[in-house]
Design a protein around this ligand. Structure first.
Ligand SMILES: Nc1ncnc2c1ncn2[C@@H]1O[C@H](COP(=O)(O)OP(=O)(O)OP(=O)(O)O)[C@@H](O)[C@H]1O
Ligand SMILES: [Mg+2]
Length: 235
């Protein structure tokens, strides 16, 4: 569904990504792993159309994309849940979700019931301000806002960061359910190893903007992947 090859990206004069290949396929979770500052968010923001690539190709459903904006990517079915959630604190929970409507045709501008089934707290808190929610609730809201656009590709940037365990477990269940539905391709950036290993089908490990390991779960050993990440965190 989403196939990217040889991606490069710069921030100002410095090259951040060096020739990254990544695929996202329906019914599969592709995990992007790596320690702080290796370029995970840069890769995701490139795929979301939020930052231009300096080189490489992106194909969506076999069609090669030129230079695209974030809004075009959203319209083409790429949903993005940014690191740090980016909730609008002064808007209500419902209004935050409705910001996702902008990229939908008018007749699809409704909030599907299953979103509230996945995250019941958002129904309870629909009229509260985004800024009144806990970090975990804001993360659920950010995921809900992306799901409202009915994405075919969902990009999640560290959804467990700074969140209490019971909400992490709930987010994990929602991601697993979306994956089992089979029609959505999920890219999960994650440093919480067990969460990523449990949910992931394919893995890509970055170090200083380069891919240093990749493969499907069947091709990789948990211990090797863990050691690679932990080893560098300690170094
Ligand atoms: N807007 C920016 N301008 C300049 N440099 C940037 C910018 N954003 C990120 N960088 C640099 O790019 C590199 C990769 O950053 P990025 O945020 O993609 O890493 P990350 O893997 O997501 O890190 P983290 O785990 O902390 O979220 C870092 O060296 C960072 O300092
Ligand atoms: Mg990041």
């Amino acid at each position: 569904m989403l196939e990217a090859r040889n991606l490069t990206l710069h921030h100002g004069g410095s090259q951040i990504l060096h020739g990254i290949d990544i695929d996202a396929r329906p019914g599969r979770v592709t995990c992007v792993m790596g320690n702080n500052g290796v370029g995970k968010t840069s890769l995701l923001s490139l795929l979301a159309g939020r930052h231009p690539r300096s080189g490489g190709t992106i194909r969506l459903d076999g069609r090669e994309l030129g230079r695209v904006t974030a809004q075009q990517m959203a319209r083409m079915g790429v949903g993005y849940v940014p690191q740090g959630r980016a909730i609008f604190p002064m808007l209500t929970v419902r209004e935050n979700m409705e910001t996702g409507f902008a990229c939908l045709p008018r007749n699809q501008r409704s909030i599907p019931d299953e979103i509230f089934d996945s995250f019941p707290v958002l129904a309870e808190m629909a009229h509260r301000r985004g800024g009144d929610l806990s970090g975990g609730q804001q993360q659920q809201l950010a995921i809900a806002r992306a799901l409202i656009t009915r994405p075919r590709v969902l990009l999640l940037d560290e959804p467990t960061e700074g969140i209490q365990p019971n909400i992490i477990a709930q987010i994990g269940r929602v991601v697993a359910t979306l994956r089992e539905r089979g029609d959505m391709a999920i890219v999960l950036v994650e440093q919480y190893f067990d969460f990523a290993w449990d949910l992931g089908d394919d893995f890509l490990v970055l170090e200083r903007g380069r891919a240093v390991a990749h493969g499907s779960k069947a091709d990789l050993r948990r211990e090797d992947l863990h050691a690679r990440l932990a080893g560098h965190a300690a170094a």
